[in-house]
Design a protein around this ligand. Structure first.
Ligand SMILES: *Cc1c(COP(=O)(O)O)cnc(C)c1O
Length: 312
């Protein structure tokens, strides 16, 4: 299992690559939510999401061990992060994307000199393809969340929050496959266990919520949500035990609530965030957190909005 020591090591390992992102406050949201509201701005991270933290920690490691070629299966933020760090370290990366991947996401990966391979329509098809491609070319497949180096890298968000802000009471974190929250949980609970960590999932992608309820990893069939970074159909073998051990609560938000939260952050706070990053704000605005008068930090996990598709 990942420990806070691994996260401290990751922090040193990625320091020259990633940005320390700012924490915002909002008096309007403080008034609306009945808590002192703060926001960790990972939408301003290089490549537009926290995913660069885990990808950098992992890819630096495999390069140290001699890898010169890596693959990933993602048309989204993980794909961009892997392409970016491969380019920076001077190795080749192929990102396997769905046949119908939209052009602006492909453009972003190609801008970091990542090779694109279009393959299949579902992640169940893409993932084995990316693994096979790595194997055929003596490369390494970089998973999106279920890996101790990825988890440790994402956990650096938690250490940063603790350094940047005194007297944090609650941290609110989006859940996809669970890499981000399990990293933050490890960092926070092994440093200051009195801090509450609350996970947020879309109602229609509530696999971790259900898994927690059932006490075992549970898959859901369909994950139709506008928060495309949170569409994992089940939590990871490595991430789930950490969530099960440490998380204080998991709350659910609707797509409508996510949309309103994104609109609010853009209009009032002037910050461009994507739907997956807006779920934490939705949970706060729509009264799901069941805490009052506390210092609450919502993680804004990403800002990769496709402006060509955005009709906010
Ligand atoms: C990947 C992602 C998440 C979810 O992270 P997991 O580690 O899969 O739980 C949340 N928000 C954004 C913007 C993401 O890209």
């Amino acid at each position: 299992m990942v420990s806070v020591k691994d996260i401290q090591k990751a922090k040193e390992n990625i320091a020259t690559v990633i940005s320390e992102t700012p924490i915002f406050s909002s008096s309007q949201l403080t008034e609306i939510c009945g808590n002192n509201m703060f926001f960790k701005g990972e939408h301003l991270q290089k490549t537009g999401s926290f995913k660069l933290r885990g990808a950098t920690n992992k890819v630096k490691r495999v390069v140290k061990n001699g890898a010169t070629f890596i693959t990933a299966a993602s048309s989204g933020n993980h794909g961009q992060a892997v392409a970016y760090i491969a380019n920076l370290l001077g190795i080749d990366a192929t990102i396997v994307v769905p046949e119908d991947a939209n052009q602006s996401k492909i453009n972003a990966i190609q801008a970091y000199h990542g090779q694109i391979e279009k393959y299949g329509w579902t992640s169940a098809e893409r993932l084995p393809r990316a693994e096979a491609l790595a194997k055929e070319n003596q490369g390494i497949y970089i998973p999106p969340y279920d890996d101790s180096f990825i988890i440790a890298g994402q956990g650096t968000v938690g250490l940063e929050i603790l350094e940047q802000l005194d007297n944090v009471d609650v941290i609110v974190v989006p859940i996809g496959g669970g890499g981000l929250i399990s990293g933050i949980l490890t960092a926070v609970k092994e440093t200051k266990p009195s801090i509450k960590v609350i996970g947020v999932e879309p109602k229609t992608a509530n696999d971790t919520f259900l898994s927690l309820e059932n006490g075992t990893i549970t898959s859901i069939k369909e994950t139709k949500t506008i928060a495309d970074g949170l569409r994992a159909s089940h939590p990871g073998n490595m991430t789930f035990p950490i969530v099960q051990k440490y998380v204080d609560d998991i709350v659910l938000v609707s797509d409508e609530e996510i949309q309103q939260a994104q609109f609010f952050v853009m209009e009032r706070m002037k910050q461009v965030i994507e739907f997956s990053g807006a779920v934490t704000v939705a949970a706060a605005i729509f009264g799901k957190l069941s805490v009052q008068q506390k210092n609450v930090v919502c993680v804004l996990s990403g800002g990769n909005v496709d402006l060509h598709e955005w009709h906010g």
